[in-house]
Design a protein. Sequence first.
Lengths: 591, 328
Amino acid sequence: MKPLSSRPDLSRRRFVQGVALGSVAAGAGLLRPTGAWALNSPGQPVVLSGTDFTLDIVERSVNFTGAARPAITVNGGVPGPLLRMREGSTVSLRVSNRLRVPTSIHWHGIVLPFRMDGVPGLSFDGIAPGESFLYRFQLRQSGTYWYHSHSGFQEQNALYGPLVIEPAGPERHPTDRDYVVMLNDWTDEDPARIYARLRKQSDYYNFAQPTAADFFRDVREKGLSRALSMRRMWNEMRMNPTDLGDVSSYTYTYLMNGAAPAQNWTGLFRPGEKLRLRFINGSASTFFDVRIPGLKMTVIAADGQDVEPVPVDEFRIAVAETYDVIVEPQEERAYTVFAQSIDRGGYARGTLAPRVGMTAEVPPLDQRVWLDMRDMMGAMPHAGNGGGHAARPGMGHGGMGHGSMDHAGMDHGSMAAAPAVHHARSEYGPGVDMRVDTPRSNLDDPGIGLRDNGRRVLTYADLHTVGGPLDAREPGREIELHLTGNMERFMWSFDGIRYPDATPIHFNTGERLRIVLVNDTMMNHPIHLHGMWSELENPDGRFQVRKHTVNVQPAQRISYAVTADAPGRWAWHCHLLYHMEAGMMREVVVS
Amino acid sequence: MTIHRREHWLIPSRSAWLLALLLLLALPPAVEAQSAPAASSSTAPMAMPAMPGMDHGEMPGMDHPAAPIAPTAPDMPAMEPPPTPGMPMAPMQGGRPPADARSGDYSDGIAASPMHAHGRTSSGLLRIDQLEAFHGDEGNGQRWEIRGWYGNDSDKLWLRSEGVRSGGKLEDGELELLWNHATSSYWSRQLGVRHDIGKGPARSWIAVGVQGLAPYWFELEASGYAGAGGRTAARLRVDYELLLTQRLVLQPELEVNLYGRRDPQRRLGEGVSDIQFGLRLRYEIRREFAPYLGVNWTRRVGATADYARHDQRAVREWQWLAGVRFWF
């Protein structure tokens, strides 16, 4: 692949919005009764279905910003073709590498033999240029998943696509139309260059940092002591309260089904129809907050697994997660599908409409909110909750985070029961910039920027997998792992140890064990364990929801149970691509 | 050079080390006394998290026997924050692992995949912080200041260079090559060499130092130098980046130089030789490229000022300056 040069100087508006290429990208949806999956209209994925698939990894020129740039694609599509399979079938996928560098495809969330998992260095050697690899596995699950490269930064270069497995039996929630809504962050830059820049200046892409102008505004609005106190701890700790993402819309154009906001991917409906939207966050580094103003969304599946239906206005989708929602638009009007980035720097956007060309208002981006004490200290004891401590000077009691410090939003019960944490010996070195001793363990916090926003926002506490856990056994042992990093040095790791320096984590074949993850950083980390389900537990240790990617919020402690029924070598990592590259990864050996 | 002299230059003069030590003790990070290990690796529920301002985590250069600039004891109990009575306190940053800290090894002795890629990736930076022309009381000139590194997360080769040209001649220039080892979250220790050129004879030094980010985002460099003939020197640099907007950055910078003995040929006196304060306002067209305007104020001090007076040069000088900052 040719080196990608930095982006040309475009007007910012054009850059963020992307360029509308000719006609509006639209599709008629997948009308369930006819079973006609293959629709080749622009903006709709090419659909491949059946049991035998031929996928070619090819470089292709794309243009999202006004400049032609090389992308690495499956069969030339961004995203790659929608693969439709059926539960119970055995599928064969021949993947041919037409690039000049090695490649791979990982089937994200699919339970399969580890040799078929597509992780170079663990499953296999990767697919050499000019070679092909035959993936073959039986599908023992259904739902919405995706696939992506596990080689270098190819995932950022657009080597990804959706994967939908129809259930062997009837759908739990039959719908009239079925759309995949895949969200991605596209950059014109070479991702290796993004990574190199982050290592030189970790806040390179953050253009929303606290400024002197903000300070004087706060002095004017809140008074000097409040303005000082809301900055004090951050400054003392050398932490940035606006550090919500590593890479921003400074370089990203956010895509919905491969369409930039100006291209406006459109899904058609007839009023009164029931639509299933399969949201997939295939981004390298971007969390999205998704809503459809005017429509209630009923969440029916998370990470491919059916959940008890939850009606919500909005949900946050971490990198690599999938959520299936049902919407039932009744009116003859357009609705905007709005997915704003967690740092409020930009959005992906599409439209649900009765006719092509209709649009609805695109809501403004929400105000950016600073991280607050919950994100720094977790279940911080504070005045009045029995700790016997008055608010400490500097904590400002409500002074942090642009006035978003709303104690009412905190779960007092779980705060009082902050579980013990065990920091690793290796967490005291240069690679770790903070440790949280009192993490919060409640799952009912929607997270930074979504708290108390007046909308009903999904949290993990709302998700209940239909049918309960796969394995009713109580976990026999616990493995505690801390998510660690040093933002200033852009070092990321588990327990302060980078992947190249780490020993594998051993699961005994057949055992049921509990994973405890403590986030000792101020960023969200979506943690993905390959090959086995992560059965998230509530703070009391009871089964909550089955996932393949579990987001751990800043200063949060979560636990999940795993049944080690998949012998082999598996990857376990933060799904933020640049964190994984920096070393936030482990090898898991099941034997 | 005789053996005697060789031995001699390895022994720094007491006065210079004293100065260097005082200098280091004046540093904000020196207040970050080394905390005692936490009582236990598991913190009881409701334990009060430590206030980061106390930041008892780190003491750059203070806990290493090989760091000659700080020969005092690694512990400075007087600077420990007063503990809250009855409350277990564990720092959120820095510190040392408690005796019963958890092991992060869950391998049961199983080896990593034979395909597992080991090793650390290296990267590098070359940043020209200052490349500027100035107009001052003593005429016009140019100044440069460069920082660069290449290496991995733990160990880097550092390059530092700065210098001044005036009247078309190199007034003063220096180059430092340092091995930079990360010692804590925000601090590194350095060991290397410095070479001075410009007016007067060239001088070479062995350099030791600490460098890092102090609370409130002050970038700090403190270095001690030992040269031939018992020469010693020390330098403290502090700078800060104040974001006026996302791209308009005001950068104050303070530099103090000390010398352990006078060097008449380079017109340097004993003790503090000069204090420089710069203020540069840059606009980041890109992060990598920022033109700036600024002022620089220099004050020569003590015997160095006497040399300046004798040479009919200014003791104090204001300079207006314009330049560019860029990096790769």
